[in-house]
Design a binder for this molecule. Structure first.
Ligand SMILES: [Cu+2]
Length: 118
């Protein structure tokens, strides 16, 4: 009886750990002239990541080239959604690639960081 309970428990734990590993990641990120919020996310290598960027003010853009994506415009007061599956670990830093105000001129443009862990 104990052995059956242990087996069932192990089976359930295994199911949960597989589910946790393969779970997709979804983030909503706000963009405005000062910053992306949140400005940093952490995801797992091999995990499918979906990010919905929404602009609170003017046009912004994000170019997640490290994940094989083309530049995406985040339209004024609108949204853009990107999907990717990171294949390598590391910390990747992306500046806003569309001029959205004077901060671009002084090296203070909004930045977005993706940390990919094992
Ligand atoms: Cu910008």
């Amino acid at each position: 009886m104990t052995r059956i309970i242990v087996s069932v428990f192990l089976g359930i734990s295994l199911l949960f750990s597989v589910a946790a590993f393969s779970e997709d990641a979804y983030f909503e990120v706000k963009a405005d002239k000062p910053a992306f919020t949140p400005s940093s996310i952490t995801v797992k290598k091999g995990q499918k990541v979906t990010i919905k960027f929404t602009s609170l003010d003017v046009d912004h853009a994000i170019h997640l080239e490290a994940f094989g994506l083309k530049e995406v415009i985040i339209p004024e007061k609108g949204s853009a959604t990107v999907e990717f599956t990171p294949e390598k670990t590391g910390v990747f830093d992306f500046p806003c690639t569309k001029y959205c105000g004077w901060r671009h001129l002084v090296g203070k443009r909004p930045r977005f960081e993706v940390k990919v862990v094992d």
